[in-house]
Design a protein around this ligand. Structure first.
Ligand code: 13P
Length: 402
């Protein structure tokens, strides 16, 4: 089960001077292509879902596939929300399976960026999930010509970066040092001196957005100056589109599957050299050995009810599913009734948490405190409550450094 703690993954990269690719994916072909490249390179990888793409795919459906693919991968994987707008986006992403989130309030004034980011950090950390913030402004739009979105770059300053990281508690910082999202003409000019100063001042993994179009040499300089996560999308999208155009030319009457044939390979071919150049290739085994696995916890309660009829029990369970299921870090709330008449305990709750940190934050959350105090405990005095952490199959030798 190679989902790993993203903070460990990026700290490892930062410490050992390489960068992990965070590849935005928009379809199953992208997912499979990116993972095929990571398997081939034996490298850690970040499967990234950008909120700006949510109009194109159903986030809830695609992330289920991303999680299933991550669980059967043999290389270490993290699942990340890219460019989340606010706390609501972050919580929704965490509850659906992201184990890293970005809050991008970089278009806001500094104080507002700080406030919004701190809000997300408080909640995400109570779920065990690390947070990437952004300071300064990286213009452009992923997947489009950079010239079409000619916003002014706002460079990250060292002083603001220090204050921002101290006050928000972000785990990783996306910096603006000259890169631009989208398709470029020519190479952008990057401010390495600024990057070096930010890296020295902060000592946390830095992130660069707008990876498409940078030269090998530029990537090497970025990584040498603390960049441990590189966001990359437009080049993958262009490789996929070129494949589809070629299919269309060669087989004018081909159906959908004929048109998208080879897209997975085209995406893999684009991601593979990045992993090798950025130094993540060949790191899978040590990352798996040194990073904490990302394992959910199940809170199981079995109980009997006194003082409620059958309809009352159903209503109490429905209320519980409604209010408890949206608490940050709660992946699922399931209620059950014993199949066998005469079981020692007739009813069950199963709450699935994304991380052990949620045991405490769930217990203390006002929605849980109110539901348990008013609806559940008064009628369910006879109960057993146990938290179980999932046991990872086949990886007994891994140790955590989180
Ligand atoms: P590119 O599309 O320019 O590679 O940038 C991707 C990105 O930064 C996603 O956040």
């Amino acid at each position: 089960m190679p989902l790993v703690h993203m903070k460990d993954m990026l700290n490892h990269a930062h410490e050992h001077h390489y960068a992990v690719g965070a590849f935005d994916l928009v379809s199953l072909d992208f997912l499979e292509g990116i993972l095929a490249a990571a398997e081939r390179c034996r490298g850690p990888v970040i499967l990234s879902l950008a909120e700006s793409h949510f109009g194109y795919f159903d986030f809830e459906l695609l992330i289920s596939a991303v999680e299933a693919a991550a669980r059967r991968a043999s290389v270490p994987v993290a699942i990340h929300l890219d460019h989340g707008a606010n706390l609501k986006s972050a919580v929704s992403a965490i509850n659906r399976g992201c184990n890293g989130v970005m809050v991008d309030a970089s278009d806001q004034p500094f104080d507002e960026n700080l406030r919004l980011t701190r809000e997300v950090v408080t909640v995400a950390h109570s779920c065990g999930v690390p947070v990437e913030g952004e300071l300064g402004y990286v213009p452009g739009v992923e997947g489009e010509d950079a010239e079409r979105h000619p916003g002014e770059i706002a460079y990250t300053t060292v002083g603001e970066a220090k204050t921002y990281v101290e006050k928000t508690g972000v785990d990783f910082l996306a910096v603006s040092i000259g890169t631009v999202h989208g398709r470029l003409r020519g190479e952008p000019k990057l401010d390495y001196r600024r990057l070096q100063q930010i890296n020295e001042a902060l000592g946390i993994p830095l992130v660069v957005h707008g990876g498409t179009g940078l030269s090998d040499d530029q990537f090497r300089h970025l990584i040498a100056n603390g960049v441990a996560k590189i966001n990359y999308y437009t080049a993958l999208a262009d490789a996929a589109a070129a494949m589809i155009r070629e299919n269309a030319r060669e087989n004018r009457n081909g159906g959908y599957t004929g048109l998208v044939r080879g897209v997975q390979d085209a995406v893999a071919e684009e991601a593979d050299p990045c992993m090798r150049l950025w130094g993540s290739a060949g790191r899978a085994t040590e990352v798996l050995a040194e990073c904490a696995p990302w394992l959910p916890v199940e809170l199981l309660i079995v109980y009997n009810v006194a003082g409620l009829d059958a309809a009352g029990v159903q209503a109490m369970m429905a209320e519980g599913r409604r209010v408890l299921g949206v608490i940050p870090g709660v992946r699922q709330v399931a209620t059950g009734e014993a199949v066998t008449a005469g079981a020692d305990y007739r009813y069950s709750w199963l709450a699935r948490f994304c991380h052990p940190a949620v045991i405490d934050s769930y217990r203390d959350h006002p929605a849980h405190v109110a539901f348990a105090g008013q609806h559940f405990r008064p009628v369910a005095g006879d109960r057993l409550t146990i938290d179980y952490q999932e046991i990872e199959a086949g990886n007994q030798n891994r140790r955590g450094i989180a």
